[in-house]
Design a protein. Structure first.
Length: 425
C-alpha cells in the first residue's frame, strides 16, 4: 500500500467528474483458488477494476490474522482461543502494527490504494463498501495502515456491502428511520437454565447505577421497549422471549442486542440467545431448558405452523461474539443477512468473539457497547462508528491501553443496505 499522502504515478482519471458528490467505491473479494478483487466507483459504473492476488502470497498473512484472533482454531475450545489471542499481536502495539501492515500490503491492490490516496490528498473522504470473501471475512479493514502510519479509518468510512441477493431480496422493504422512535432492546438477557457464570451466562456482569452502561440505558429509557422503571432494570431481564421481541421489533426504529451468539455449520443456524424456554416454537433444537433463536427463525418465521418472516427496524446492533459471521460462509445467510432482508438498513455486528471484562479485566466491552449505541443514534452510523474506531486507534498507539486494542474496536463492522426503488417502504 502506498503512502496515503504521496501522489501515485498511476492513471487517476476515474476520479474525474466527481463534482460535489461524495465518492463511493464498492470492493468485492472472491475466493476462487487465488483471491480476486474487483472494485468500481459508483459514479463511474462503466469503469470496473479487477486484479488477482496469488493465494500463496495472501494466505500466510490471513493465517497470521487467524492465529491472532479469539476465534477457535481446529482442536481449540473457546477458552484456549481467548488465551491465545490475549497473548497475541493484537495486544502488543509493535506486533499489531506489523500484522496490520502486512495485511494492507497483501490485500489492498496498488491501484485502489492509489485512488484512495489521491482523494486523501484532495481532502475528500470517500465511503469504502467492502464485500469480503470467506477467507477475508475477519479482516479489520478499518485498522489497516499506510506507509505514513495512518490507518484506513483515518481517510475513509468503511462499511460492509451485503450481497446483491440479500440487498435486493424479493419482498425486502427497508424500514423507515425515525430518530425519536422506539428502541427494542435485549441487554444481556437471562437464558433459561444458564446461570451467570455458565457458557450462556452474563456477558456484562453486574451493571451498577452510575456506570457508563447504566447512563446509556437511562438516556434511552423513555424509548426502551420493553419498558423499564430504572436504568439497571434494562439488563439481565428474564422476560424478553421471541414472541415478545417480535412484536416490539415490528414497530421499533432500532434494535440493540447485547448477549450471546452461537454459530453453526451454516449461516442460517447462527443464533441469538434470548429468554426463550425449550417449549418456545422455533427451528433450532433446544439446548437444555432453552431454545435458541436462529437466523432461519428470523428469515422464515419461528412458528413452523404459521411461518412469517420477522419485520426488523432500520438500525440493528448485534453486540455478541461473531454475530457478523455471515461472510465466513459461501452463502451469506446468517444473522446480518436475516436482519437486512427483514428491513434493516444498518446492521452492526462483530467479526470475531469479543472478550468480556471478566476475560480481560479492564477490557473494552462496556465501552464498545456504548460506542455502538451512540453510533446508531447518530445521523450516519457508519461515519460515527469509524470515528470511534479512529479515536481508539490513536489512543492504542499513544498509550498501549488494552481496552483500546483492535481486539475490541477492530471487531465491529456495519453492513449498509440502503433502500432502492424496489425496497423502499
Amino acid at each position: 500500500m502506498v503512502s496515503l499522502r504521496r501522489r501515485p504515478a498511476v492513471d487517476l482519471r476515474v476520479l474525474d467528474g466527481l463534482g460535489a458528490a461524495r465518492p463511493v467505491v464498492q470492493v468485492k473479494f472472491v475466493d476462487a483458488g487465488d483471491l480476486y478483487v474487483t472494485w468500481r466507483w459508483e459514479h463511474a459504473p462503466g469503469e470496473p477494476r479487477v486484479t488477482a492476488l496469488e493465494r500463496s502470497r495472501v494466505q500466510p498473512a490471513l493465517d497470521d490474522l487467524a492465529r491472532a484472533l479469539p476465534s477457535p482454531l481446529p482442536g481449540e475450545d473457546s477458552a484456549a482461543a481467548l488465551a491465545r489471542a490475549l497473548g497475541g499481536p493484537l495486544l502488543d502495539r509493535e506486533r499489531e502494527h506489523a500484522l496490520s501492515t502486512r495485511l494492507a500490503q497483501t490485500l489492498l491492490p496498488f491501484r485502489l490504494a492509489a485512488e484512495l490516496n489521491e482523494l486523501g490528498v484532495r481532502g475528500v473522504r470517500p465511503h469504502l463498501r467492502v464485500q469480503p470473501s470467506p477467507s477475508t471475512a475477519q479482516v479489520p479493514w478499518e485498522a489497516l495502515p499506510g506507509d505514513a502510519g495512518e490507518r484506513v479509518a483515518d481517510l475513509v468510512d468503511v462499511s460492509v456491502l451485503p450481497p446483491a441477493t440479500v440487498r435486493h431480496a424479493i419482498g425486502r422493504r427497508v424500514a423507515p428511520w425515525d430518530p425519536d422512535g422506539p428502541l427494542a432492546a435485549a441487554l444481556d438477557p437471562r437464558v433459561p437454565g444458564f446461570p451467570d457464570g455458565s457458557a450462556l451466562g452474563s456477558v456484562l456482569g453486574p451493571v451498577e447505577a452510575g456506570s457508563t452502561l447504566a447512563a446509556m440505558a437511562d438516556a434511552l429509557r423513555p424509548r426502551l421497549r420493553p419498558a423499564v422503571s430504572s436504568a439497571t432494570d434494562a439488563f439481565r431481564r428474564d422476560d424478553v422471549d421471541r414472541d415478545r421481541l417480535e412484536g416490539e421489533l415490528a414497530t421499533a426504529a432500532r434494535f440493540l442486542y447485547v448477549g450471546h451468539v452461537t454459530t453453526a455449520e451454516h449461516g442460517l443456524g447462527a443464533a441469538l440467545h434470548l429468554s426463550c424456554p425449550a417449549s418456545a416454537p422455533g427451528r433450532a433444537a433446544p439446548v437444555g431448558a432453552h431454545r435458541p433463536l436462529t437466523a432461519a427463525d428470523l428469515a422464515f418465521g419461528h412458528r413452523t405452523d404459521d411461518p412469517r418472516p420477522w419485520r426488523l427496524p432500520a438500525r440493528v446492533a448485534l453486540i455478541a461474539c461473531e454475530s457478523g459471521g455471515d461472510a465466513r460462509f459461501a452463502e451469506s445467510s446468517g444473522l446480518v443477512a436475516a436482519m437486512v432482508q427483514g428491513g434493516a438498513e444498518h446492521v452492526t455486528a462483530a467479526r470475531w468473539p469479543l472478550p468480556t471484562d471478566a476475560g480481560l479485566p479492564g477490557g473494552g466491552l462496556a465501552d464498545a457497547v456504548v460506542a455502538v449505541n451512540d453510533a446508531h443514534e447518530a445521523p450516519d452510523p457508519v461515519a460515527a462508528q469509524v470515528a470511534w474506531q479512529r479515536d481508539r486507534a490513536a489512543r492504542w498507539w499513544r498509550t498501549g491501553d488494552p481496552s483500546c486494542s483492535p481486539l475490541f474496536w477492530g471487531a465491529f463492522s456495519t453492513a449498509y443496505a440502503p433502500a432502492t426503488a424496489g425496497t423502499a417502504t
